[in-house]
Ligand binder design. Structure first.
Ligand code: SF4
Length: 119
């Protein structure tokens, strides 16, 4: 039995006038991009979901002890988070430049990427 095939019809125009249609057969949807919501679904379970972003992202010119303290507190939240692995993987894959993600600071993520331990 032949699987049902999806068809995608594209109207073709030249100089604004219709000149026909092109039919594209789609035998599988596996190669199509997944819905964006699938990529972000894990965030619905994030322990930081209802917390102020300022707990995870530094204000301008924050340095020294106050930055260390803020990052330590953010990491404490991360270590209770049910999606820490997904968050960390996302931050490393996208080279997220700012904030604490997946229990890692900006500096820690940069170090991991620079060491070649991240693809
Ligand atoms: S690991 Fe941390 S930054 Fe990532 S979603 Fe959880 S609490 Fe938020």
């Amino acid at each position: 039995m032949c699987p049902r095939r999806a068809r995608w019809v594209i109207d073709c125009q030249r100089d604004g006038y219709p000149i026909g249609a092109e039919v594209i057969e789609l035998t599988t949807t596996a190669r199509l991009p997944k819905p964006v919501s699938d990529s972000w679904q894990w965030q619905l379970k994030a322990a930081c979901r209802d917390l102020a972003s300022s707990r995870f992202f530094h204000p301008d010119h924050e340095r020294g002890n106050s930055r260390d303290e803020r990052e330590r507190n953010a990491k404490r939240v991360c270590h209770t988070c049910p999606v820490i692995r997904e968050c960390r993987a996302h931050a490393l894959a996208t080279r997220e430049p700012y904030g604490v993600w997946g229990g890692l600071s900006e500096h820690e993520r940069r170090t991991l990427v620079a060491s070649g331990q991240v693809a």
